[in-house]
Ligand binder design. Structure first.
Ligand code: PRP
Length: 175
């Protein structure tokens, strides 16, 4: 592991938690024809891949991309921009938004507003990580992996200036 990183959540703990989340989602959507998973790029790509492969219910995968966290000021002011939309209409569909991390909450709040306006049959959110101390807008989370401290985290999809996304564990960047 690089020197500037401290292990925060090991791959084993991540895997065990995703087993639990997938079981809960399987149970909750057992009666639904098809669940639409919408991964929020880029950070969620690894979490979404691992979560989706554990689901036994019928599902399909979509992606959406919004403006970058790198532009911290605009994110904190709540100005989120849509960079890439999903490819299919979600009207009448059961939708689960899959995020890697909720920080201020602005991104997810924006996405839920955007998607709700399209008339899905149901709309919920799942996030692997959340930083309760950073919350500026309250967003409903149906499925949560871990609450964490306000530290910069990398690995398992999360980056620091595009580095470390593919580390298998979640680590904190030492400041
Ligand atoms: C991260 C994360 C969320 C958002 C959360 O994405 O994946 O989408 O920031 O922040 P918020 O709760 O303060 O709105 P980021 O912009 O880092 O982009 P990336 O996933 O492409 O790395």
């Amino acid at each position: 592991m690089p020197d500037e990183l401290d292990l925060l959540i090991s791959r084993d703990r991540i895997g065990a938690r995703i087993d639990e989340l997938a079981s809960a989602i399987d149970a909750d959507y057992a009666a639904v024809d098809e669940l639409v998973l919408i991964g929020v790029l880029k950070g969620s790509f690894i979490f979404l891949a691992d979560l989706a492969r554990r689901l036994t219910i019928r599902h399909r995968v979509e992606f959406i991309a919004v403006s970058s966290y790198g532009d911290r000021e605009s994110t904190e002011s709540g100005a989120v921009r849509l960079l890439m939309d999903v490819r299919h209409d979600i009207a009448g569909q059961h939708v689960l938004v899959v995020e890697d991390i909720i920080d201020t909450g602005h991104t997810l709040a924006y996405l839920l507003r955007l998607l709700e306006a399209r008339g899905p049959a149901s709309l919920r959110a799942c996030t692997l990580l959340r930083k309760p101390d950073r919350e500026q807008v309250e967003v409903p989370i149906a499925y949560l992996g871990f609450d964490i401290e306000d530290v910069w985290v990398v690995g398992y999809g999360l980056d620091f200036a595009e580095r470390y996304r593919t580390l298998p564990d979640i680590c904190a960047v030492r400041r």
